[in-house]
Structures are given as C-alpha cells and as structure tokens.
Design a protein around this ligand. Structure first.
Ligand code: ADP
Length: 682
C-alpha cells in the first residue's frame, strides 16, 4: 500500500463535507474546509482542522468558484481536493485544473467525467460496449418536428431528458403527441437555465419503473468491481427520497448481469474511483436479467452511499482517498459479501403539505436519533440556519439490520424519535412512507409517491387543534413567566386582571367563580381561538373546535397536555415569539395575537383567487392574459427558483381579472402575480 497524501481540502459543505472530513481525520490527514459567508459557523467549518472563506452565499460565487478553491488549496498546501457530490464534483475542467495546479483530484479522470457527462454521449458509448440502453433517440438533431416524430416512433409515453441533466431537472414525461411541444419547450427552458444547455434526448418511458443502481469502484491498476446495488425507487419528481440496499426481489442472476453491465460501463469510460451506474428496471413483475437498461453514470460519490457502506462494511471515502493516492483495491469481486439490509431516508427542510416547498430558518430544535444500527450523516446542528442558498437537507438517517424488515423497523423507530423545530420538514411524510404497506412488501416503483400523496399526508392537512391547545398553554406560561399576564385577559376579563394565577392553583377564584375567556392565536394555517376556562379545578384549555362536555377536563400544563397526546412523539419547543409543537413528526407553530389586531388577509380570502409566488424566483412563463377564461387546475404561470420550475395553477374556474407581473421579472415570496375571479357557483 502506498503512503497516502497528508492533507485534503473538501470543496463542499453540509453533511457530505462533514462526512468526508471524518474519514480523512480518522486516516490522519489534515483537513481543510472552505465556506461561503452563509456558512461561516457551519458544522463542516467547525469540524475541519482549518477553514477558509471563499465568497458570498450564492454557490456560483463560492462553492462553484473553481479558481478560488484552487487558490485556497495552494495557499493551504492541500495535497488533494475531495469534491463531495454536487457543485464541482462532475466538472471535468475542475479536475483538470487541479491536476495542472499539482493537486490530486479525488475522483475519476477528467476524460471519464466527460465520457459520462452528457447523457446522449454516455448512452452511445455504453451501447457500443454491449450494455442495454433505454430505447429512444439520443442523437444530435434538436428540431421540435424531428423530436416529435422520434417520440412518436418510440411510442408514448416518452420521457424528454436534458442531455446535461441532473437532479431530475429538464425532464418531462409526455403521455400524448398533442402535449409534446409544450413539454419540449418547458424541458428546454429548464435545461437552459439549469445547465446552460437546452439539448434533450427522447426515451421510452419504462412502465412501473424501478430505479436500481450499481456502486462501482475502480483503481488505477485495472481492477473494476461493483459493490452491489441500491434500490432508489422511492422518488418524488425524479429525486430520491428513500434508498436501500440490497434491492427487494433481487436475484443472484440479475445481480450478476447488472453488475457486469455496470463494470463494463465503467471500463469503457476509463473509470477510476467510486462511481454509480444507474439502471431503470421494468418493475411489472420479477426483476429479469434482460429487463433493465442503462440510464446514466454518476462520476462521483452518491448521496446514498451509506447504505452500501452498511452492507459491505467498507468506507467508500477511505477507498476514494486511497485509490486517488494510487493504491490498488485489495479485494476481488468474490471477496465481497452482503451483510444484512440498509435503508436511508433523506430528512429535508421542506413542507410536504405545500408541494414540498423548501423551508428555511433557524433550527430551534434538532434531536436526531441514536441507537443500535442507526447512522446519522448531518450537516447542520441545533441553532444553525437552513438558508435558501443550498439544498435544504437536514440529515440522512440510515438504518442497518439483519433483514429488510428489521432495517425498516429501525428506521421507523428512528424517525419517531426525531424532533425538528423551526423550518418545516418532511419527517411525517418519511414516516408514512417507511410504514406504507406496499413499501414494506417491496412493491414500489418511481411513481409510488406521486400516486399516494394523499395517503402519505403530502397534501394540505387540517390544523392540528390538539397541538394548538398545547402550544397556547405553553405561550400563556411564557407570558406568565415574563410577569405579563395582560395578554391572557386583554379586553376580555377587564378588571379581573389579577384575579387568577394559573400556575399556583385555585386561589384566585373565590371572587370569580367560573370564567371563560378566548385566547386568539396565529398558526401557519391562520387564526384560531382557544378557549380558556377557570373554575374551582383551576385553569383549563380547550382545543379549537373541541366540544366541552360540562367543563373540559384538559390539563393546563403543556407537558401534561402533550403526554395526553398519547404517542410519545411530541415536543413543545419555545421560539422567540412563538412556540413549535411537534406531534407525529408534524409541526404546528403557535403565537399569541392581539385580539384587536384584525388580520385582513384572512378575512377576504374568498376562494383564493390571488395567485402569488410560492417563493423568491423568476417568472419564466405566463400562459394567460387578462380576461382569459380558465379551468380549475389550469396552468397559469411558471416561477423558477433554485433552478426548479414551480407550476402555478388556477385554484378555481374563473376569469383572469388582472395580471400583475411580467415574464422575466424577479418575484418575491408571496408576490401577487395574477388574480382569478371565481365563476359564481351555480
Ligand atoms: P437525472 O440525472 O436528472 O437524475 P436520470 O436519467 O438519472 O436523471 O433519471 C432520474 C429518474 O427519472 C430515474 O431515477 C427514474 O425514476 C426516472 N426515469 C429516467 N428515465 C426513465 C425512463 N426511461 N422511464 C421511466 N422512468 C425514467
């Protein structure tokens, strides 16, 4: 074994930077972090031996600044650069620039990145090597008429894919010929803005598709092998949500065929290091050795690599570093065996009830699970900010068990004991997924989530009234602790202001007897009223909408109130001017409001005719004009943010009464874009 270099710069942030730093430190390397202004206090900065500022928050001015990063690497005498995933990890020019600067790039040769960089060229390359690819068109011609013809020949449904694509961007599924042109235009627009390249290819849409990928590893001495497969079929909009290894229903025969195809793909690309060959499998029955097709190769470490580490016992980052230093892989294909089963869930700061919009802000509380068989890779800690600049991942939660069943049980338990307060997160959604019967049975395809959004709680839910009551109790306690009980009584109990003392029992009630007051609160779902009663038994709270049978028998104390919520999965977390109640992985924020402060926005909410931008972004398409008749659900406009397009549809059937924004304009979160006046209900 050669002597490994002595230092490494990690050109990344978040969980993957932390994860790489950990292994590098264990191997005795000096670790050098880089950070943008938004990440000055981020965990990866704290964890590394040294850290250097590289620019302002936008990635284009910091984590994507190849020149700046190489400068820092030279100044800090870094022997190598590990790019993580995303950012510069699949950038061939960056790999070359590292080499020119005399720095080892921990990744494949630039030529291999290029060979696999564009989906069309990659497909052509592996096809020549005898690997099956999805039927369709992946040639140079791009005229809409020609592509429409190719789509027709391929047979609908088809998938339009950006050849430079990644992360599901620039991809559109088309069911019918008449929808082709619009889908093509939209895919090209998204591809242009995300990758600066509008070119696309056409693929047959594989029915009941399962995404199964092979982890490959190659060294510079001609050894290429695979570390088995991962099943990443649980996806939303082509982005992975839960990944596992091995794949349910995988047989030794199919694994051998897929492994050989993956190794072959890596070989023809001249690959060195860790890579992933993605296949799409026809999931309409059992997996077949002739029922999967090459989609693309990712020339880097994947987000989901921990499940492979769990079942192989290997540290992939360690082997990336060793291979980059020139070591040969010391094992052969036959030496590798699968140990049990592993599953990973991606915990994101996003709101499943609002179309999975990224959610930002300070993590007021973050309690990640621990325990036997559970691994956490996280890049944020309690008190950190989730900023709008980068991927809003909070953590990856990985469970490893002797069987699939056990791994899923462990993951389910781990999710139950996770608490996130502040930004909204997908915890309840992940839990629903992990517990879904079909998933437990191993019978899912990539459309599972989209078909089951409602069952998975990923649609607007009614307000959690128990949580509102618990939150109100906590707020009143906070008010009391601040010796400011005025809010409790304002305008309601008038002169009785000091007649009660909610926390020290019954004494105040000799005069008053039974009393009732209403505490108005604000939640993310609008206003609610919580009834507060006082009688001989002390103060009691009634959740909004809850019927009082006689006097409500609800405890005052927030903690008790939560204990009564029953499932052991609850917390009340204090924020500055509000509290967050977490119940079954779902967060409800509650704030006291002045009862005299009328909330106009909620009063004139007639049928939601205002179309507002869901987030900061750019208005990239406006499909209606003033005076147009629109049907409910009709596409009205498209806002692009974080390089993803967000479609805005008509909430009701009606007429567009005003258009308030122009295409190309930057729009703020909540900015009014147009108004639809609902047709009279007949
Ligand atoms: P990206 O690089 O943008 O992630 P991929 O080519 O890897 O794009 O595809 C992403 C996902 O889209 C796959 O995991 C799969 O769910 C789906 N997909 C891709 N190609 C097909 C296809 N031909 N038929 C059905 N689904 C597909």
């Amino acid at each position: 074994m050669s002597r490994i270099f002595s230092s490494v710069l990690i050109a990344n942030r978040g969980e993957i930077a932390c994860r790489v730093i950990r292994t590098a430190k264990r191997m005795g390397l000096r670790t050098i972090a880089v950070y943008s202004s938004a990440d000055a206090k981020a965990p990866h900065v704290r964890l590394a031996d040294e850290a250097h500022h590289i620019g302002p928050p936008p990635a284009a001015e910091s984590y994507l600044r190849a020149d700046r990063i190489i400068e820092v690497a030279q100044a800090s005498r870094a022997a190598a650069i590990h790019p993580g995933y995303g950012f510069l990890s699949e950038n061939a020019e960056f790999a070359e620039a590292c080499a020119e600067a005399g720095i080892i790039f921990v990744g494949p040769p630039a030529s291999a990145i290029r060979a696999m960089g564009l989906k069309d060229a990659a497909k052509a390359l592996v096809e020549k090597a005898g690997v099956a690819v999805v039927p369709g068109y992946h040639g140079p011609r791009q005229e809409p008429d020609f592509l429409r013809q190719k789509a027709y020949e391929t047979g609908y449904p088809v998938l339009i894919k950006a050849i430079a694509g990644g992360g599901g961007k620039g991809m559109r599924r088309v069911e019918r010929q008449q929808d082709f042109d619009a889908a093509l235009a939209s895919a090209q627009r998204e591809a242009m803005s995300a990758f600066g390249d509008p070119r696309v290819l056409i693929e047959k849409y594989i029915p009941s598709p399962r995404h199964i990928e092979m982890q490959v590893f190659a060294d510079a001495h001609g050894h290429v092998l695979h570390l088995f497969e991962r099943d990443c079929s649980l996806q939303r909009r082509h982005q992975k949500v839960i990944e596992e290894a091995p794949a349910p229903g995988m047989t030794p025969e199919v694994r051998r065929a897929m492994g050989e195809a993956a190794v072959e793909a890596a070989r023809v690309a001249g690959y060195i290091g860790a890579g992933t060959v993605e296949f799409i499998a026809d999931g309409r029955g059992a997996l077949r050795a002739d029922g999967f097709y090459f989609m693309e190769m990712n020339t880097r470490l994947q987000v989901e690599h921990p499940v492979t580490e769990a079942i192989t016992g290997l540290d992939l980052v360690e082997w990336q570093l060793r291979v980059a230093a020139g070591d040969a892989l010391p094992f052969d294909q036959e030496d590798l065996v699968i140990d049990g089963h592993a599953v990973e869930a991606r915990l994101y700061a996003e709101d499943p009830e609002k179309g999975f919009l990224p959610s930002t802000g300070k993590l007021i509380a973050l309690k990640l699970p621990t325990g036997e068989g559970v691994r956490i890779d996280s890049g944020v800690a309690e008190g950190d900010e989730v900023t709008p600049f980068y991927d809003p991942m909070i953590a990856k939660i990985i469970a490893h068990g002797v069987s699939r069943e056990q791994a899923l049980e462990q993951l389910s338990g781990a999710l139950t004991s996770t608490i996130v307060a502040g930004p909204k997160c997908n915890l309840a959604f992940l839990k629903a997924l992990v517990d879904a019967d079909e998933f437990r049975e191993g019978a899912v395809d990539t459309g599972f989530i989209e078909r089951n959004l409602e069952n998975l709680g990923a649609v607007p839910q009614p307000a959690d009234t128990q949580a509102i009551a618990a939150g109100t109790a906590q707020l009143l306690r906070m008010e009391y602790e601040r010796s400011n009980p005025s809010l409790i009584v304002r305008g309601r109990l008038g002169s009785h202001e000091w007649l009660f003392d909610p926390w020290s029992a019954r004494k105040g009630f000799e005069l008053a007897g039974r009393r009732h007051t209403v505490v108005p609160v604000a939640t993310e779902n609008g206003r609610a009223n919580v009834d507060l009663f006082f009688d001989e038994g002390g103060p009691r709270l009634l959740a909004p909408g809850e019927e009082a049978e006689g006097w409500p028998d609800v405890e005052w104390n927030a903690t008790l109130r939560l204990a009564e919520l029953g499932d052991g999965n609850g917390a009340v977390v204090r924020g500055v001017d509000k509290v967050f109640v977490i119940r079954n992985g779902r967060q409800t924020s509650v704030a006291l409001v002045d009862p005299l402060d009328v909330d106009l926005e909620h009063l004139d909410g007639d049928a939601g005719g205002q179309i507002t931008s869901p987030m900061h972004g750019k208005l990239v398409a406006l499909l209606v004009n003033e005076g147009d008749e629109v049907a409910k659900g009709q596409l009205l406009a498209v806002v692009e943010a974080m390089k993803m397009e967000h479609a805005l549809t008509a909430p009701v059937a009606g007429v567009v009464s005003e258009v308030l924004a122009r295409v190309g304009e930057q729009v703020g979160e909540g900015a009014r874009l147009l108004t639809v006046v609902a047709h009279e209900q007949g």
